[in-house]
Design a binder for this molecule. Structure first.
Ligand code: ADP
Ligand code: MG
Length: 593
């Protein structure tokens, strides 16, 4: 065969390799994910082309990926039976940056460097084929394309500006089709060449790649073997008068090596929702998120059109203490996959607003590049559209819980996540219409069970225009406020806002179904029962009394007025129309001490 030919990398490739080796070592694990995803892409291409060219599959080789780790020598081989590469393709694909994903990555990296961002952060998103050099000092790519009758070997070393290509001549290394990567690991990274470590990485990053991934594993089975009898035992038997020799058996473990299927080729989210059982969804949830409780609800959907993605979302049954804190949206609750390859679960509001960060789930998109960085995520139009759809689906799912046969489900939800939803009133104006029907409050007519705004509206008096509320620190103190007297007399329901966040949430909503929220502790409360004549009369009669009281109280009150809002109490302290409510005043005070 002709000798190996030497090639120089395109300048960008050299630069990228330099970067990889020198600065992107924050998460070396991704090398395997990148190489598996290339193998999976190569299999995809073959499968796609074979639809019109059945000849491509004539060798009858299965479409799969096989990974073998040789721990004694620190070598990993990754073999796929995909489309392979011709000699020219080796030069084009592994010697230049033709691929837009990698080019984009370089651009993003440059921008983030200019912005002073940490390049390690980007390292975790991977850099395609060259990430092999994160752990390898030498890489061999032996590949056979159906377009060529020869198999070629590409060879590159870390810290080198050139690579070589030669024909494969070793008959033992010939493959019918596809690509075999051999990674000769760096001294410090030889630990990757352990079957268990490989298995773990595959399960973590590539569990749902749609082709079978086999890893070479040591196995064992037990068997019974006959052993010669212990001489001491035998002589004992003889003494007992038993002369016949007995055969004894012993259990031994027989060790051998074999391929083991390591991934799940059909991820649950790719299946038809009609064919997946609730048990399967729950199992997947528990396995993926290390949960032991079943979720309260789940939603499995596909979106089409502008952006295509599949997702399964879950509402956990309890709020995690600490890490699901509303103020800390970095929950690792959403796992993003691109073409079934795990990309990241490290989000900070990109896919869900922080008040919905308790939602767990998986999102799989075909429209994002594999080497998507945090920066790209934040700026991507695709991600913005995804976020919008995800949020809507999350609301549909939560609304579904309100309709659950088991009334306790929503009670449970509200206990755990009511605060989050109320935060949504404050932070997400755009979704007020979706948030409002989910709110629950105690009321003057329902002190035990919380009611929805819909239930309130249904119970409104025919002439009633507004939704009334009073904010207090407990149901008991709300019930005892004199402001309620008149409304109770008129049998008008009043919402009790007893959670500190309630009042701000309601004020942000402003109205529900065109009915304004009205604080009954504010001056000017109009219950539609004004008798102008009589009021004038009384105001005149008590004018002097009011002046006298105002004089006595001085600056402690803004004004003293005759009002028709009480029925049994002689007087009440009301808040000004534009001022803080008493409850807010109390909260503000609590915050400033
Ligand atoms: P990307 O996967 O984003 O294209 P990579 O750097 O991971 O970028 O790979 C570069 C190119 O090398 C791929 O686009 C593909 O053409 C080729 N390639 C890499 N691995 C394989 C493989 N196992 N089989 C066939 N082609 C491959
Ligand atoms: Mg790739």
């Amino acid at each position: 065969a002709p000798p190996a030919e030497k090639f120089e990398y395109q300048a960008e490739v050299s630069r990228l390799m330099d970067l990889i080796v020198n600065s992107l070592y924050s998460n070396k694990d991704v090398f395997l994910r990148e190489l598996i995803s290339n193998a999976s892409d190569a299999l995809d291409k073959l499968r796609f082309l074979s639809v019109t060219d059945t000849q491509l599959l004539k060798d009858g080789v299965d479409l799969d990926i096989r990974i073998q780790a040789d721990k004694d020598n620190g070598i990993i081989t990754i073999t796929d039976s995909g489309i392979g590469m011709t000699r020219q393709e080796l030069v084009d694909c592994l010697g230049t940056i033709a691929q837009s994903g990698t080019a984009k990555f370089l651009k993003a990296l440059k921008e983030s460097k200019d912005a002073g961002a940490d390049s390690n952060l980007i390292g975790q998103f991977g850099v395609g084929f060259y990430s092999a050099f994160l752990v390898s000092e030498r890489v061999e790519v032996s590949t056979k394309s159906p377009k060529s009758d020869k198999q070629y070997v590409w060879e590159g070393e870390a810290n080198s500006s050139s690579y070589t290509i030669r024909e494969e001549t070793d008959p033992a290394k010939l493959i019918p089709r596809g690509t075999r990567l051999t990674l000769y690991l760096k001294h410090d990274d030889k630990g990757y060449a352990h079957p268990e470590r490989i298995q773990k990485l595959v399960k973590n990053y590539s569990l749902f790649v749609s082709f079978p991934i086999y890893t070479w594993q040591e196995k064992g089975y037990t068997k019974e073997v006959e052993v010669d009898e212990d001489p001491a035992e035998a002589s004992k038997d003889e003494q007992d008068g038993k002369t016949e020799k007995k055969k004894k058996t012993k259990t031994v473990v027989e060790r051998y090596w074999d391929w083991e299927l390591t991934n799940e080729t059909q991820p649950i989210w790719l299946r038809n929702p009609k064919e997946v059982t609730t048990e399967e969804y729950n199992e997947f949830y528990k396995k993926t998120f290390n949960e032991y409780l079943e979720p309260l609800a789940s939603s499995h959907f596909t979106t089409e059109g502008e952006v295509e993605f599949r997702s399964i979302l879950y509402v956990p049954s309890i709020a995690a203490t600490g890490k699901d804190d509303i103020v800390n949206p970095k929950t690792k609750n959403i796992r993003l996959y691109v073409k079934r390859v795990f990309i990241s679960d490290d989000f900070d509001g990109e896919l869900f607003p922080r008040y919905l960060s308790f939602i767990k789930g998986v999102v799989d998109s075909n429209d994002l590049p594999l080497n998507v960085s945090r920066e790209i995520l934040q700026e991507s139009r695709i991600v913005r559209i995804m976020r919008k759809r995800l949020v809507r689906k999350a609301f549909d799912m939560i609304l579904g819980i309100t309709m659950s046969e088991d009334k306790d489900d929503y009670v449970k939800f509200w206990e755990n996540f009511g605060k989050h939803i109320k935060l949504g009133c404050i932070e997400d104006r755009e979704n007020h219409k979706r948030i409002a029907p989910l709110l629950r409050f105690f009321s003057s007519q329902s002190e035990e069970d919380m009611i929805s705004l819909d239930e309130y509206v249904e119970n409104m008096k025919p002439e009633q225009k507004d939704i009334y509320y009073i904010a207090a620190d407990s149901v008991a103190s709300a019930r005892n406020t004199p402001f309620l007297e008149k409304l109770i007399e008129k049998d008008i329901e009043v919402l009790f806002l007893v959670d500190p966040i309630d009042e701000v949430a309601i004020q942000n909503l402003k109205s529900y179904k065109e009915k304004n929220f009205v604080d009954i502790s504010k001056e000017d409360l109009d219950l539609g029962d004004k008798n102008e004549e009589k009021e004038k009369e009384i105001k005149q009669e008590f004018g002097q009394t009011c002046d006298w009281i105002k004089k006595r109280l001085g600056d402690r009150v803004a004004s003293v007025q005759v009002s028709n809002r009480l029925s049994t109490s002689p007087c009440v302290l009301a808040s000004g129309k534009f001022g803080w409510s008493a409850n807010m005043e109390r909260l503000m005070k609590a915050q400033t001490v």
